[in-house]
Every structure is written in structure tokens, then in C-alpha cells.
Design a binder for this molecule. Structure first.
Ligand code: BGC
Length: 387
């Protein structure tokens, strides 16, 4: 065992040293990790792209800018490979004005607080903190420069489960208005069973709030290959957290029975997306949080999505209590993604395991507070298969 750890460390060091320029590939027990330069941010920071490949031929490309999953290649029922996430071919797409204006967060690591905080403020231990109101006066996805727009430090890691990448970032006390220096680690593993596993941990030196998540837009028919309205969705939830017209949770819980939010039987995304249900129309369309049926903190199945033509299936597993299911309602064709395809409305969907929106202001929701001495944990697994 010690020998294995030693070997992993030595190999990791070797690749780090060998990769100052160009591109180098490191063999792992059941795959490879390749590092390549991916350009420079407008403020002069170098960005790297790591390609994790398993022996089955699946592949995940992860960028140090924003911890972004730039591509994810999975087989269909005939073994044909396709990239199942939206994004851009080059870094320019992710830092362009049009992208920053549209704020779609393609593939990004979201933090410190995924989803919305109402009124862009919250009170913790008697002190009120004010954040940037970047979404109709509310805070969305960590603020103006959240974890999706910073450059992470990456280190490749060969594990017996699959090629992996350890990403770290230290968010300074007061960054985007949040209290406490927050040390964040995100481990991305492409497993030998075609799952993308994300393990987040964080530690703080002052009481703060944390809610990290992953924001890939999936299209299981392959990105750029039409809309996702025919995908069949199952969500393991009897309730949602209803929202107001600005998508801020009311603090209540609503039974899904008899509503377009009931996905306990697999149903096409498009079947009820234009229903007159008032809360659905606030989306407009699906952009809501489901209360997953499982004990708080327990790892379990949140959702299962099937694309009937390709046969690709994606299961979402997590220990988070909520699932934000967003049907790409705000895509409008402005952004031209990989291969030059204009991403029209509903051409990708996000499944974001997380705590409930606006939890810092909703005492009835599970707490998102992290105190010094505690460790925040969140594991998300997207499992791919075919049927
Ligand atoms: C939010 C949407 C938002 C999208 C992109 C989702 O997580 O729920 O309202 O438009 O992210 O920013």
C-alpha cells in the first residue's frame, strides 16, 4: 500500500515537473492524464486543460479556469462517442463579453454559494454580510467573480478508480462579501465505470456559509445535437421548495403530486415545461429545487435521465439534500459553442446537487453554515451508462 502511495506521489511530481510547456501524458492504472496549455486569462493568468481518459475510452477535460468541465465524452448504445456537455473550444469563449453578460456558467465549479441568496445579504452570528446583487438584486452563484471565474491550482493523481485531478483554491476573507478565509479542494475523478465523480471539501477560519456545486449543461444526444426536451427525467423527490417570481425560495415545501414538478415517473422534459403552473412559469420552465427523498447527509440517487435515441443514461448521485434542475431556459442562441453551434433555448440541462436556495435566510432549511474546525463535504457523481 505504502509503495503504491509512494509511486503515485512520485508519478504526480514527475508530471508536474515535466509539464511547464507543451503537453505531457501520464499513465494511470486504468487510463491517462494529459496536461496542455489552454491560454491566458485577460488578467494574465495561465490556464491549463487536463484530459482524464479511462481505458474504456471515456474522457473528461477539466480547465483550471473556473474548475470548468470543458468536455465530457461518453459512449452511446452503439459505442459511438460524443461530447455530452455544452461549452467552448477555446478559453476565449469563456471570458468573452457575450458569455459574461449571459452568465450561463457552462460546466463551472460554483461557489461559495451556489444558487440564490435573497436580497444579496444574510446574517450570521449577529453580523450582516452584503454581497453583490448580480441577479435582480439577489446574489447568484457566488457573486460577480465566483469560483467559476478564478484560476485553480491543479495536480494530477493516479488512483485505482480512475485518473483524477486535485484542484485547490483559497478564497480570501471578504472575497465577494463572504466572511472567512476558505480553503477549498475539489477532486475530479473519471472512474473506470464511466462516472465523473466530484468531491468537494472546505475549511474556514471564521463562521461562513458554503454551498458548492457543479454546473455542467448536459445534452445526452451530444452537445450541439438539438434540444433536450425529449430526454426522460426521473427525480427522486416528493417535494420542491417553491419560489417567488425572482426564484427566491419562500421557505415553504410543496408536494409535487398533480403538478408538472412530479418526476417520480420518468417524463419527457418537454411534456409539461409550458404548463400554466405559476411557479413553473417563473422559471420560465424548470429552474427549481427538488427536496430529495433521503435522510440529510446520506449519499443516494437524486435523478436519472435517459435520452431515448442514443440510449445514453445519466444518474445523479449525491449526499446533498437538494437538486436544482435547470432546463437551459435562458439560452437564446447568442452563444456559439463547440463546433460553432448556436446554443438555442433548452439545448442543455443542468442537474446541480446542492443545499436549498437562500438557505442562509431560511431558518427552516438545513443549515449551510461552516464553522472553524469543521470540514465541509459534498460528493456529486454523474454515472453514465446505456440502455
Ligand atoms: C440557475 C438559473 C440560472 C443558471 C445560469 C442555474 O443554476 O438556477 O436561474 O439562469 O444557473 O446562471
Amino acid at each position: 500500500m505504502n509503495k503504491i502511495i509512494q509511486l503515485i506521489t512520485v508519478t504526480s511530481l514527475a508530471i508536474s515537473a515535466a509539464c511547464f510547456s507543451g503537453c505531457t501524458t501520464m499513465k494511470t492504472p486504468n487510463g491517462t492524464i494529459t496536461k496542455a496549455d489552454f491560454g491566458t486569462t485577460p488578467d494574465g493568468k495561465t490556464v491549463e486543460l487536463y484530459t482524464l481518459k479511462n481505458d474504456a475510452g471515456a474522457e473528461a477535460r477539466i480547465m483550471t479556469y473556473g474548475g470548468i468541465v470543458q468536455s465530457l465524452i461518453m459512449p452511446d448504445k452503439h459505442g459511438q462517442m460524443a461530447d455530452v456537455v455544452l461549452g467552448f473550444d477555446t478559453l476565449d469563449g469563456y471570458v468573452s463579453d457575450a458569455y459574461l453578460k449571459g452568465c450561463p456558467y457552462f460546466g463551472a465549479l460554483i461557489g461559495r454559494y451556489g444558487n440564490r441568496i435573497g436580497g444579496a445579504k444574510f446574517t450570521l452570528e449577529g453580523q450582516t454580510y452584503t454581497l453583490a446583487g448580480n441577479n435582480h438584486g439577489n446574489s447568484l452563484h457566488g457573486g460577480l467573480k465566483g469560483f467559476d471565474k478564478v484560476v485553480w491550482t491543479a495536480r494530477p493523481m493516479a488512483t485505482t478508480h480512475g485518473p483524477a485531478l486535485i484542484m485547490t483554491y483559497v478564497s480570501k476573507d471578504g472575497e465577494e462579501g463572504f466572511p472567512g478565509n476558505l480553503e477549498v479542494t475539489a477532486i475530479y475523478t473519471l472512474t473506470d465505470k464511466n462516472a465523473l465523480k466530484l468531491e468537494y471539501t472546505a475549511k474556514t477560519d471564521k463562521p461562513t456559509v458554503v454551498n458548492l456545486t457543479q454546473h455542467s449543461y448536459f445534452n445526452l444526444a451530444g452537445q450541439g445535437n438539438g434540444d433536450i426536451l425529449g430526454h426522460l427525467v426521473y427525480i427522486n423527490a416528493n417535494q420542491t421548495t417553491p419560489v417567488d417570481s425572482l426564484l427566491i425560495t419562500t421557505g415553504d415545501f410543496a408536494d409535487v403530486t398533480g403538478t408538472p414538478f412530479d418526476f417520480r415517473t420518468p417524463t419527457a422534459i418537454g411534456a409539461r415545461i409550458n404548463d400554466t403552473n405559476t411557479v413553473l412559469q417563473y422559471g420560465p420552465g424548470y429552474d427549481h429545487n427538488w427536496v430529495v427523498n433521503k435522510p440529510l447527509g446520506q449519499f443516494g440517487l437524486q435523478a436519472r435521465v435517459t435520452e431515448p435515441v442514443s440510449g445514453r443514461v445519466m444518474e445523479v448521485w449525491s449526499d446533498e439534500p437538494g437538486l436544482q434542475f435547470y432546463a437551459g431556459n435562458f439560452l437564446d442562441g447568442t452563444l456559439k459553442g463547440k463546433g460553432g453551434v448556436a446554443y438555442q433555448v433548452h439545448t442543455g440541462f443542468a442537474m446541480e446537487p446542492q443545499h436549498f436556495p437562500d438557505s442562509p435566510n431560511k431558518p427552516g432549511f438545513p443549515s449551510v453554515e461552516l464553522k472553524p474546525g469543521q470540514t465541509y463535504h459534498n460528493t456529486i457523481v454523474y454515472k453514465f451508462s446505456v440502455e
